[in-house]
Ligand binder design. Structure first.
Ligand code: ZN
Length: 319
């Protein structure tokens, strides 16, 4: 079936056309920018939202989103692709980890947002109201932050709506990363999406401020698989087997100091195993990080610098 024209936030695209613009936003009295791509397929189909750069230094997702925006064949596309490659521009520009600089809040803990809140809360509200809740499917691209290594995984936020959760799981399986964690992170993009009935997956590839070609290709292949599942594109790629882990146990530092990992990212570990040591600034050990569950080290902070309350690592597993 032929598609119709599509208008979103002042951008209009005829069937088979692409529109793109850097939007100027003012949130909590701070001026910021948001690059937006609207791809309207020649054929009718679903509206799929892809965001990246919710954390501004997670570059593999940002580059994969740019390539999707610029490289998709609109004649072969069914429905619409709405793509925001850099969702947190203040963090991207400042190369900031974890937070959005104006209010130093973690944007991925602020959803669905707050219209009269602080900068990150207003940005979350803007993204949620204008884009996330209007999508038929939602894919949010992440990775290890500039100080983190990780092994690729997807996260599905279990909402309790069995039909919705099954669709999100199938979307994650189609994305094809080797591990899927099924647990809710409150305030995250996909948690907010699932609460308004939008099937969603958050995907994690890469880290440490790098964006090597093989990792960008892995993220791009995942997008290809997921968009075949949504019916946006045709693909003959077979789905890859995935391992589902219902728990993600985060370990955090109780001290300011230096962090010495005793495990590798992607390593299988046993409950009670020593995974790292935090010392004070004089080198005295002050915290021994023990694996809380059997499982896989899915991300690991790789900087020597450590602050009280910061994550050390997370273990995905069955609990
Ligand atoms: Zn992230």
């Amino acid at each position: 079936m032929t598609n119709t024209s599509f208008t979103l936030l002042g951008l209009s695209a005829a069937p088979g056309a692409r529109a793109a613009q850097v939007l100027d936003l003012k949130l909590a009295n701070v001026a910021t920018k948001l690059p937006l791509f609207v791809l309207n397929g020649a054929q009718a189909g679903p509206t799929v939202l892809v965001t990246a750069g919710i954390h501004g230094a997670e570059y593999v997702g940002i580059e994969a989103a740019m390539r999707l925006a610029l490289g998709t064949d609109l004649q072969q596309l069914h429905g619409r692709l709405v793509i925001v490659p850099i969702s947190s521009m203040t963090a991207f520009a400042k190369r900031a980890i974890y937070v959005a600089p104006p209010d130093n809040k973690n944007l991925n803990r602020c959803f669905p947002g707050e219209a009269n809140g602080s900068f990150a809360e207003q940005l979350a509200d803007w993204l949620f109201q204008n884009l996330i809740r209007k999508a038929d499917f939602y894919i949010d691209l992440h990775g290890g932050d500039m100080n983190e290594a990780l092994t690729p995984f997807s996260v599905v936020s279990i909402s309790g709506d069995a039909v919705l959760d099954a669709t999100s799981m199938r979307l994650a399986e189609a994305f094809g990363l080797p591990n899927i964690i099924t647990s809710e992170v409150k305030g995250s993009t996909i948690s907010a999406a699932s609460r308004v009935g939008v099937p969603a997956v958050l995907t994690e590839v890469g880290g440490q401020g790098l964006w090597p070609e093989h990792e960008v290709m892995q993220m791009s292949a995942g997008l290809h698989g997921a968009l075949a599942f949504t019916g946006s594109i045709h693909s003959s790629q077979p789905a890859k087997p995935t391992r589902v882990m219902p728990q993600m146990a985060w370990l955090r530092s109780d001290y300011d100091g230096l962090f010495y990992p005793r495990c590798a990212v992607g390593e299988a570990v046993q409950a009670g195993q020593v995974l790292g040591i935090v010392t004070d600034y004089l080198g005295n050990p002050v915290q021994t990080a023990l694996a809380p569950i059997d499982g896989l080290v899915v991300f690991l902070v790789t900087t020597l610098a450590m602050n009280i309350g910061d994550p050390l690592l997370a273990v995905g597993g069955n609990g």
